[in-house]
Design a binder for this molecule. Structure first.
Ligand SMILES: *Cc1c(COP(=O)(O)O)cnc(C)c1O
Length: 367
């Protein structure tokens, strides 16, 4: 029996029912566990390598991504673990030119110092010949510009050249797209955003079906130790139960917000991959199962963004995205390569009419 997304999210990673026990067992707080004094290490020895709460979360995310999964203390811990377990001196890695900026900064520092070359490729293409490239990391939709790429086509070209393909699935979440089914070898993501969605947890993960590749990442994690704690794993697992519901409302809000902004002549550069006129629409509508709740647009200046966010009552100024509260972030303040008035707008799960009314009022006040 194959279930639909809402059912899969609610049941992901739950243990078989035990009478008198909770549906989702509570967090296990342990560093070492009791050992059998005679036989020594059994199922659980030390929490950096074995942890039941963490393993339940990994089962949940793994069920949604469709592959064995390793969770990390943050998205960056997961992405750098993947890069450092795959790449060696003399290798070349292809990274998105318009993706998450900390990944580029890592490549420009640590990877360069290790003798790993980086090729930056815009998510919307054109894609270069991948001859000599060891790993292609894609981010689709890209944060914050929301361009998308054809994972199937890029993966085929990369595999032809002997490169591995990883996709950062943060913005889409595994209910938005399944990169492994589209031909990617690995998924990396920040679970800090829409996957957990309550703005209270840092989390990352790597998923993949190749046991040797995932084994390298697991050894990396075991030896460098970037595991999430028990309570964060439990919070994340509890939150995933509502992923389908949250995405449904966020996506509906984003559709309404994008249409509303398009009709205003004091807002420019409106991007949402679900808008039929958006450059991302043809590929996004073919490869994604749903479009995330993130919209981007330009208010022309940093001052107008500040007035807009001061006037808004339901739109919180915050970085990150994908949470249940609507937030907006002027990306240039973090050094992202965007114009001063560029806003990444993350729709929460508020009622659509309330959100649109607040958006309209704040735009009018700030004009
Ligand atoms: C936030 C983010 C990351 C980093 O995740 P953290 O959990 O903040 O470490 C990586 N990739 C993308 C696309 C992100 O949005």
């Amino acid at each position: 029996m194959t279930y639909s997304d809402g059912t899969r999210a609610v049941h992901a990673g739950l243990p078989a029912p035990i009478v008198g026990e909770p549906f989702l067992p509570g967090p296990v707080f342990a560093a070492p566990y009791h050992l059998d004094p005679v036989t020594g290490p059994g199922e659980n020895g030390y929490a950096r390598t074995e942890h039941p709460t963490r393993e339940a979360l990994e089962a949940a995310i793994g069920a949604l991504e469709g592959a064995p999964t390793l969770v990390f203390a943050s998205g960056q811990a997961a992405i750098t673990a993947l890069l450092l377990s795959v790449l060696r001196t003399g290798d070349t890695v292809a990274l998105p030119a318009d993706g998450y900026f900390t990944v580029r900064a890592f490549a420009d520092g640590t990877l360069r110092d290790l003798g790993v070359k980086t090729v930056l490729v815009p998510t919307a293409g054109p894609y270069p010949d991948f001859t000599g490239v060891r790993l292609v990391l894609l981010e689709t939709p890209a944060n914050p510009g929301l361009d998308v790429c054809d994972v199937r086509a890029v993966a085929a070209a990369a595999h032809e050249a002997g490169a591995l393909v990883a996709v950062d699935n943060t913005t889409a979440t595994p209910l938005g797209q399944n990169p492994l089914a589209l031909g990617a070898d690995l998924v990396v993501a920040s679970g800090t955003k829409a996957l957990t969605g309550h703005s209270d947890v840092l989390l990352g993960y790597v998923s993949g079906t190749d046991p040797e590749l995932l084994g390298k990442v697991e050894t990396w994690r075991k030896q460098t130790g970037g595991v999430p704690g028990a309570f964060d794993c439990w919070l994340a697992h509890r939150s995933i139960a509502t992923l389908d519901l949250r995405l449904g409302r966020q996506s509906a809000n984003a559709a309404a917000v994008a249409e509303f902004l398009l009709a205003r002549d004091d807002v420019s550069g409106v991007r949402w991959p679900g808008l039929p006129a958006d450059p991302s629409y043809p590929i996004a509508s073919a490869q994604m199962r749903r479009i995330p709740g993130v919209v981007s647009f330009d208010l022309g200046s940093a001052e107008r963004v500040a007035r807009f966010l001061t006037a808004a009552k339901l739109i919180f100024a915050a970085t990150s995205f994908g949470g249940v509260h609507t937030t907006a972030d002027r990306r240039a303040q973090w050094g992202d390569d965007t114009s001063p008035g560029f806003v990444r707008f993350s729709c929460g799960i508020e009622d659509t009419a309330d959100l649109l009314a607040d958006l309209a009022a704040a735009l009018d006040t700030s004009a």
